[in-house]
Design a protein around this ligand. Structure first.
Ligand code: SF4
Length: 441
């Protein structure tokens, strides 16, 4: 009987690895090479010339020109994309492809009226202001973010950490860590040892897939020796971008040792990844995620980013969630609203749109696997999109409250009583709201 529900389950898409031999540059690549992390890293596309060489006639000339202009005039991240990711593009319409729209941005994708919100900033979440040690953000009472390095195996156009992560680009000279890495890691551990109120560490970057496995093991093992640390979450989009990395014997052996130690010490060790569209859920990702569970990880969870043209419909979000859950044992966890970084307006959604999407995805997935759509409010942290305290739709200003002090507000008496603002994209506002913003300038 045909489904009469707004969303139809089972999902009508196949769980198959797309054939890389359809891509001109990869026609001669053997399965052994394709499944080698080393081969993937060596052949990762770093610029437009390499992209053209890989895709050949599959890359329309108009799109290549628009990417070239974007890299010069708008991009906040340099180009970096693995062959594995390129293989999940839909070449029948590359302009509209969701992965292409955020991994390989084109000038024509962006708004020309309002490329940036007037309140957009490089470090829109003020993470560096909350560093206790270079790269250690203490924003929530019991949780910290430890940035082990500032590189990734792939660079996403909308990266919220564009201030720090990746190479310099014409639009952005990146913030650099000054401390040498080994000393910085030791200083992070030292801060955690002497701060018993912290129980939860997100080990991130960048992407932990770029930390040499011996260094990662030593750092996480040292974390496990700190009695107050009860939850460790490793952050890696690379699980999707280069699943081959996580299928290497030495990597799996090290992760297994860590998982065993975590289990023995009653600590939850999980990996958080970042998949934004169902097209990226392929058997190689499923295999890598399941291996992590097999070696003893408590969970693999997904934190996607809500992006216009990538996943901004209930269908796209539900399809992605079901593909992750049914085929890769990855728990759909969060969708973040895109942060207010420069040149991101065409990707961002308004809070009212996010609220509607949250409404529309309820009830299909198990409750524990229904992703929460959250707004990461500057100086606050994650709030579910329905938690907004006041919302001026005319000006697109939402106001949010919080119930804890961030690491920079110990003596701020107003911290818990004031409201904090987030802004909808200006082009979504009525004319009167846009005029109000024009007068603010
Ligand atoms: S993988 Fe994460 S940190 Fe790296 S560029 Fe993408 S969003 Fe930024």
């Amino acid at each position: 009987m045909p489904s009469t529900q707004p969303f139809k389950y089972p999902v009508e898409r196949q769980f198959v690895e797309p054939d890389w031999k359809r891509i001109p540059g990869y026609r001669e690549v053997s399965a052994a090479d394709w499944e080698s992390a080393l081969w993937q890293r060596k052949h990762t596309v770093k610029n437009l010339k390499e992209l053209k060489a890989a895709l050949g006639a599959l890359l329309p000339e108009t799109l290549a020109l628009a990417m070239e202009r974007d890299l010069k005039e708008r991009a906040t991240m340099s180009m970096l994309i693995t062959p594995h990711m390129l293989n999940t593009l839909d070449f029948s319409d590359l302009w509209a492809d969701p992965l292409r729209r955020y991994m390989l941005p084109a000038f024509d994708d962006r708004r020309t009226d309002y490329p940036s919100h007037p309140k957009a900033t490089r470090d829109s979440l003020h993470e560096a202001e909350m560093w206790k040690v270079e790269g250690l953000t203490h924003r929530y009472p019991t949780k910290v973010l430890a940035e082990l390095l500032s590189t990734c195996p792939q660079y996403c156009g909308h990266c919220t950490r564009m201030d720090l992560v990746g190479n310099d680009v014409p639009q952005v000279d990146k913030l650099k860590f000054h401390m040498p890495q080994p000393e910085r890691h030791q200083a992070i551990l030292e801060y955690l040892r002497k701060t018993p109120s912290i129980r939860d560490v997100v080990v991130s970057g960048g992407d932990i897939a770029n930390v040499p496995i011996g260094q990662l093991e030593a750092f996480v093992s040292a974390l496990l020796d700190i009695p107050n640390i009860r939850d460790i979450r490793l952050a890696s989009k690379g699980l999707m971008g280069i699943p081959q990395h996580f299928l290497q014997a030495n990597v799996l052996q090290a992760l297994e040792r860590l998982a065993k130690k975590a289990f023995e010490r009653n600590v939850d060790l999980a990996l958080h990844t970042h998949v934004n569209n169902a097209n990226q859920v392929t058997p190689l990702l499923g295999k890598a995620a399941k291996k992590l569970l097999e070696v003893g990880f408590r969970d693999v969870r997904n934190q996607g980013v809500l992006l216009r043209g990538v996943n901004d419909s209930a269908k796209a979000l539900l399809e992605l969630s079901f593909m992750l859950l049914d085929h890769a044992k990855i728990l759909p966890y969060y969708f973040y609203m895109c942060d207010m970084i420069p040149n991101a307006e065409h990707w961002r959604l308004g809070v009212f749109e996010a609220q509607q999407l949250q409404h529309d995805i309820m009830g299909y997935l198990p409750g524990f696997a229904t992703p929460r759509i959250v707004c990461d409010v500057p100086f606050v942290g994650k709030r579910w999109v329905h938690q907004v305290a006041q919302y001026d739709r005319e000006k697109g200003i939402s106001r949010w409250t919080k119930n804890y002090r961030t690491g920079i507000e110990a003596d701020d008496e107003q911290a818990l009583s004031r409201t904090y603002e987030y802004y909808d994209p200006l082009y979504l506002l009525p004319e009167s709201g846009r005029q109000w913003w024009a007068q603010q300038k």
